[in-house]
Design a protein around this ligand. Structure first.
Ligand code: ADE
Length: 238
């Protein structure tokens, strides 16, 4: 068997894939408030004939925008509590099911996040997202390390881990989407708009709710810019 690595058959297949124009993207979003402006912007339609198992609350919207087929999945409302199914478990399940059903070329996990007053924290994360140097430069976006936990608030243990890994933003889904994308070898990028300063003066939940609507508009704008940039390009050009 040929060795894996540069020059091997496997490496050449990956190179070929990276040089084909991106034709389908999968946007994974945890909250309905975050998802709906993007659904409306791209005029996506809800899938009435679900690709997901019967009975799950997961929702798919889809449509064509420019040269791209866009799927947006949202894990829906918890069937017992009626709240958005935020967090890593729902995110990983819906990402897995969507990749299996839709075979996207690229995943975008979009959502809100908390940030920190101390912005000079930088360093090594545990999982590398797909590298997009041209996109970052062209759209003037900040790159940072994202830490994921199943809570809006930060426990002392989580804080220690965030500091140890030099994370600068904190969300509740990114690592789960990254895990599944890596598992199934689909490139993934992460767009996070900041609603709250985790180590600031205000209680996190209060600040999050106060800023959610305004930040969701910023998120919608960033996702649109990224999708416009992706349109007509191949992965190696991002
Ligand atoms: N999403 C928005 N703010 C967040 C925070 N502080 N922690 C986790 N997820 C968030």
């Amino acid at each position: 068997m040929a060795p894996h690595g540069e020059g091997s058959e496997e490496a050449m297949v990956v190179q070929d894939e990276n040089r084909k124009p991106i034709s389908s993207i999968l946007i994974v979003i945890a909250m309905q408030t975050e998802a709906m402006p993007i659904v409306n912007k791209f005029q996506l339609k809800e899938d009435l004939d679900s690709v997901f198992p019967k009975g799950v609350p997961w929702v798919r919207y889809h449509g064509v925008y420019k040269d791209l087929h866009i799927d947006l999945v949202w894990p829906g409302k918890d069937s017992t509590l009626g709240v958005d199914s935020v967090g890593t478990i729902s995110a990983s399940l819906v990402t897995y099911a969507a990749i299996q059903a839709l075979q996207p070329d690229l995943i975008i996990n979009a959502g809100t996040a908390g940030s920190f007053k101390v912005f000079d924290l930088y360093g090594v994360g545990s999982r590398q997202s797909f590298s997009t140097p041209n996109l970052l430069k062209e759209l003037n976006l900040k790159a940072g390390k994202l830490s994921t936990g199943d809570s809006l608030d930060m426990s002392p243990q989580e804080e220690a881990s965030i500091v140890a890994n030099d994370a600068t933003v904190k969300d509740m889904e990114g690592a789960a989407v990254a895990y599944v994308a890596d598992l199934l070898k689909v490139p993934a990028i992460f767009i996070k708009a900041v609603t709250d300063i985790v180590d600031g003066e205000k209680p996190t939940a209060e600040e999050f709710l106060q800023n959610l609507a305004a930040v969701t508009a910023a998120l919608d704008q960033a996702v649109t810019q990224v999708v416009d940039f992706i349109n007509g390009k191949c992965l190696s050009e991002l």
